[in-house]
Ligand binder design. Structure first.
Ligand SMILES: NC(=O)C1=CN([C@@H]2O[C@H](COP(=O)(O)OP(=O)(O)OC[C@H]3O[C@@H](n4cnc5c(N)ncnc54)[C@H](OP(=O)(O)O)[C@@H]3O)[C@@H](O)[C@H]2O)C=CC1
Ligand SMILES: CC(=O)[C@@H](O)[C@H](O)COP(=O)(O)O
Ligand SMILES: [Mn+2]
Length: 379
C-alpha cells in the first residue's frame, strides 16, 4: 500500500488524485492533505480519507477546521504547516498540486525527507529547477511528472538512452482563444478565457493555456526534468490534445504518447510507476476521433511563449521573474483589474526592469520572486 500526502488536495489535480485513490482503495493510504482556503471540501476529504495531518493556509482557517475534523486528526497551517505535512514520516510519495511557486519550500522539504514527488506544480521547477533536481538526485528520490506533456515524454523515454534523444515536442491545445486573431483578443472576458476547449483545470493554468505562458512554463519544466537544451525542446499546436507529446530519436524514429485528455491517467502513472494499472477513464478510439490536426506555433501570436524561451535560455534569475510576474498578472486579470492582453505586457515590462543575476539559492529566489510580484502589481 502506497502512503500519500497531497499538497493542494482541494484543487483540480488534488481532487483527481483522490479520485484515483478512491478507484483503487486497497493500493493507497492518505497520510496528509493540504488546502488553501476551501475548509468545507477539506473537511469532507478528511472524513472520507482519514489522513493523520491536514494543513490550511492560515490559523483562522485551521481553527475553523479543528471544530469539524475527527478527533486525532492534526491540523496545521501556513508555510510551516505545509513543510510539516510534506515531510511527515509516514508518507512514501508527496503529490505537489499547489498552484504557483509558493509550493517550492514544501517540495524541497519533501525531497529532504526522502519522499518521491508526483510533480504537478510546474512553477517550482521553473523557479528552482537547478535546486530541486540536484537535491532529488542527491537524496535518491524520484521526481515523477504529472503534467500531461511531461508524463508523455517520460513514458516515451522509458528504457531509452538520453543520448539517443534528438528532440522532444510538447503539444499545445492553443487554449481558449486559439481561433481568434490578436486583434480579437482586445476586451475578452475572464469567463471566455476560462473556457478551455479540452481540459477542466484550475483558473490560473487555464489562463496560462490561453496566453501560452503554460507552454512556456512547460518548456522550462522539460529542460529540468529531462536535462535537455532549449534547442531540443519544440512546441506544436495540436487542437485535439490526443497526442500528449512526443520524442524524436537520433534514428528519426518518433515515439508519441496518446490518450483521451484526462489527467487521471498521468496522475495514476506517477503513482504506480513503473507499473501500470487499469483506470476508469475513457479509452481512446481513433476511428471516432477521425482526424488529428497540427498547426505551427506562432511566436508573434503568443509572446508569452517567446519570453519564456528567452528566460529559460538566460537561466539564472530570469525564469523566477517570468513566473512571478505571470502569477501576479494572471491574478490581476482574474480579479478584473487588468485586461487579457495586459498579462503579456506586465511580464515583458517586469523582465525589462530586471537585470539577470547569479544562480539564485532558495533565499535569493524568494527575494527575486517578491521583487517581481511588487513590480508586476505596480504596472
Ligand atoms: N489542473 C490540471 O489539469 C493541471 C495542473 N497542473 C499544475 O498543477 C498545479 C495545481 O493546478 P490546479 O489543480 O489546476 O490548481 P487549482 O487552482 O485547482 O488548485 C490549487 C490548489 O492549491 C491550493 N492553494 C491555493 N492557494 C494556496 C495557499 N496560499 N496555500 C496553500 N494552498 C493553496 C488550493 O487550495 P484551495 O482551493 O483550498 O484554496 C488548491 O488545493 C499547478 O501548478 C498547475 O500548473 C499541471 C498540469 C495539469
Ligand atoms: C493538462 C495539462 O497538462 C495542461 O498543462 C495542459 O497542457 C493545458 O493545455 P494546453 O495545451 O492548452 O496548455
Ligand atoms: Mn500540461
Amino acid at each position: 500500500m502506497k502512503k500519500l500526502t497531497i499538497l493542494g488536495s482541494t484543487g483540480s489535480i488534488g481532487t483527481q488524485t483522490l479520485n484515483v485513490v478512491e478507484a483503487n482503495p486497497d493500493a493507497y493510504e492518505i497520510v496528509g492533505l493540504s488546502a488553501g482556503g476551501n475548509v468545507e471540501l477539506l473537511i469532507e476529504q478528511v472524513r472520507r480519507f482519514r489522513p493523520r495531518v491536514v494543513c490550511l493556509a492560515s490559523k483562522p482557517l485551521a481553527d475553523e477546521a479543528k471544530l469539524h475534523v475527527p478527533f486525532g486528526t492534526k491540523v496545521v497551517y501556513g508555510e510551516e504547516g505545509l513543510i510539516e505535512i510534506a515531510s511527515e514520516a509516514e508518507a512514501d510519495t508527496v503529490v505537489t498540486a499547489i498552484m504557483g511557486s509558493r509550493g517550492l519550500n514544501a517540495t524541497l522539504a519533501a525531497i529532504d525527507a526522502g519522499k518521491d514527488i508526483g510533480l504537478a506544480n510546474k512553477e517550482t521547477l521553473v523557479t528552482a529547477g537547478h535546486i530541486v533536481m540536484k537535491r532529488a538526485s542527491r537524496k535518491g528520490v524520484a521526481i515523477l511528472p504529472i503534467d500531461s506533456e511531461h508524463s508523455a515524454i517520460f513514458q516515451c523515454m522509458n528504457g531509452e538512452k538520453r543520448s539517443a534523444v534528438k528532440r522532444i515536442t510538447l503539444t499545445a491545445s492553443g487554449g481558449s482563444f486559439r481561433d481568434r486573431t490578436r486583434a480579437q483578443l482586445e476586451g475578452v472576458t475572464v469567463d471566455e478565457a476560462l473556457n478551455h476547449p479540452n481540459w477542466a483545470m484550475g483558473a490560473k493554468i487555464t489562463i496560462d493555456s490561453a496566453t501560452m505562458a503554460n507552454k512556456g512554463l512547460e518548456v522550462i519544466e522539460a529542460h529540468w526534468l529531462f536535462d535537455l537544451d532549449y534547442d531540443q525542446i519544440d512546441v506544436l499546436i495540436h487542437p485535439e490534445s490526443i497526442i500528449h507529446s512526443y520524442v524524436e530519436y537520433v534514428d528519426n524514429s518518433v515515439i508519441a504518447q496518446l490518450g483521451m485528455p484526462d489527467m487521471r491517467v498521468p496522475i495514476q502513472y506517477a503513482l504506480t510507476y513503473p507499473e501500470r494499472q487499469p483506470t476508469q477513464t475513457e479509452a481512446l478510439d481513433l476511428r471516432r476521433i477521425g482526424k488529428l490536426q497540427f498547426r505551427e506555433m506562432d511566436f508573434a501570436r503568443y509572446p508569452c511563449l517567446r519570453l519564456a524561451y528567452e528566460c529559460g535560455r538566460a537561466g539564472l534569475s530570469a525564469p523566477t521573474v517570468f513566473n512571478a510576474a505571470n502569477e501576479t498578472a494572471v491574478a490581476r486579470f482574474l480579479a478584473g483589474a487588468i485586461s487579457f492582453l495586459d498579462i503579456e505586457r506586465v511580464i515583458e515590462q517586469v523582465l525589462e526592469r530586471h537585470t539577470v543575476a547569479a544562480v539564485p539559492d532558495v533565499a535569493a529566489i524568494g527575494e527575486v520572486d517578491a521583487w517581481a510580484r511588487i513590480e508586476a502589481a505596480s504596472i
